[in-house]
Each structure stands twice: as C-alpha cells, then as structure tokens.
Design a protein around this ligand. Structure first.
Ligand SMILES: NC(=O)c1ccc[n+]([C@@H]2O[C@H](COP(=O)([O-])OP(=O)(O)OC[C@H]3O[C@@H](n4cnc5c(N)ncnc54)[C@H](OP(=O)(O)O)[C@@H]3O)[C@@H](O)[C@H]2O)c1
Length: 219
C-alpha cells in the first residue's frame, strides 16, 4: 500500500524503515527540504518528499512530530490522501521538556483530540507509548510469547481495523483502547505509557489510568 509519513525522526524514521521492509511504498518528510532525508531514502528505498506532498494518494498517513508543531502544519496537509484513508498520529504532549503550554490540553482535552481539531480530520492514536528502539527491533510474529501490545484509540471502526492490520504486520498485538475521547488513558504518565505489556496487562493498565495530569506532565 501507499503510506505517507509526516515527521521522520525517531518514530517516523523507524516506521519508514519497518514499513518499507514490509514492501510498502513509503513517502516521508520532515519540516525541511527532502534533500535532508537523502540518507534514509537511500537506505530504505522510500521516497523523501516535502511534507505538503507526503499524503498524496496515500492509503495511510502517519503524523509523528512534536505536539507543539502540529499547528504549523499546512492547512489540508492530509487532504490529498485516498478517500477514507486513516491518519495515525503518534504524538505526545511533553510540556516541560519540549512543547511548552498548550492550554486546551492542560484544560483536559485529550492530546489526540487536540491534534484532530488542529488538523480538522479524524485521527487514530497509535504508537505513542512505545520507545522507538523497541518499535524498531521488538516486532515478532503473532502468537509469539511476550509480543508487545499497542493500544489503538479512535472513533472510526474501519480505520481502527485497518490500523490493527498494519500493527500486526509490524509485529505487535494491536488492541482496541476505545474512542479518541478515551485516549487520555494511554497518554504520558499513565500506567500503560512506555511499558512493553502484553494485551491483558495493557488492558488492565488502561483501566487503572486516572484522568488528572500529574505535576510531571503539566506545564
Ligand atoms: N522517541 C520516541 O521513542 C517516541 C515514542 C512514541 C511517541 N513519540 C512521539 O512521537 C512524536 C515524534 O517523536 P520523535 O521522537 O520521532 O521526534 P523527533 O525525533 O524529534 O522527530 C520529529 C520529526 O518531526 C519533524 N517535524 C517537526 N515539525 C514538523 C513540521 N511542522 N512539518 C513536518 N515535519 C515536522 C522533524 O523534522 P525536522 O528534523 O525538519 O525538524 C522530525 O523529522 C512526538 O510527539 C513524540 O512525543 C516518540
């Protein structure tokens, strides 16, 4: 399938590598000239493009950039994807280390709901809680003991199913973590965040999450 990736750092770059390895046609971008991505393009065979062109005709779009930079994206950046193609976003709000204050999120808007509002598009939340190195290296076939589970939140069942199949092919156990409004359960600071749990432990961890942001995760 055709996959467009906006943001090609630790997570986006890992997905460029692993999705091209699965045979997908990947176009990927950062905030600069695609020439700056020549090395990763030649390593993987993926095509480096301007961010504004990454989603062109894509079956799947992945957005993986610092939360604070989402409002900088060009309006309609994902609108040239195929009709109904899901947009996965991997982002986290790191107010103290990177993003500064985003008032709506501090006020209780789930991080992915805020991203969806900025884009004016539905999104599916995935990959936000796995360290990039584990995403790069720890994928294993379905049924393998210790396979890492990844929670997927979103409002459109078909989009979620589609994303499930991509995550399974990457070597992880996708599971339904509910709607985008419920996706605060997998944000930074929650029991599931950053843990390499299997499905049962991950579901239990989601159920133990509390909605208040801890001091560490406030601006
Ligand atoms: N690192 C992890 O293990 C990890 C795990 C899960 C989730 N996350 C989350 O996933 C997101 C990406 O994390 P990361 O660690 O991959 O970040 P990163 O290594 O800092 O990479 C960020 C990427 O986003 C690009 N970018 C920034 N602003 C952009 C814009 N306006 N348009 C297009 N591209 C833009 C950057 O391009 P330039 O180089 O041109 O600035 C860079 O390619 C973050 O929200 C992070 O919290 C990270």
């Amino acid at each position: 399938m055709k996959i467009g990736i906006i943001g090609s750092g630790f997570i986006g770059g890992t997905l460029v590598r692993n999705l091209t390895a699965l045979g997908h046609e990947v176009r990927f971008s950062n905030s600069r000239d695609p020439e700056t991505l020549a090395e990763l393009a030649s390593e993987t065979g993926a095509t480096a493009v301007w961010a504004a062109d990454a989603a062109q005709d894509a079956d799947l779009v992945i957005l993986s950039i610092p939360q604070k930079n989402v409002p900088d994206l060009a309006p309609g950046i994902a609108s040239a994807r195929k009709p109904g193609a899901p947009i996965v976003e991997t982002n986290n709000y790191y107010p103290q280390q990177r993003d500064g204050l985003i008032e709506e999120i501090e006020g209780g808007t789930p991080e992915s709901v805020w991203v969806s509002q900025q884009l004016g598009e539905p999104v599916v939340k995935a990959f936000n809680g796995i360290w990039y190195k584990h995403l790069l290296e720890k994928g294993v076939p379905a049924g393998t003991e210790g396979r890492i589970a990844l929670p997927i939140a979103g409002d459109d069942e078909d989009s979620k199913k589609f994303v499930f199949s991509v995550i399974d092919a990457l070597g992880f156990d996708p599971f339904d973590a509910g709607t985008l409004a419920q996706s605060w359960r997998q944000q930074p600071g929650t029991p599931v965040y950053g843990k390499d749990f299997g499905v049962d432990a991950a579901i239990e961890a989601l159920s133990q999450a509390t909605v208040e942001r801890s001091a560490e995760w406030k601006a």
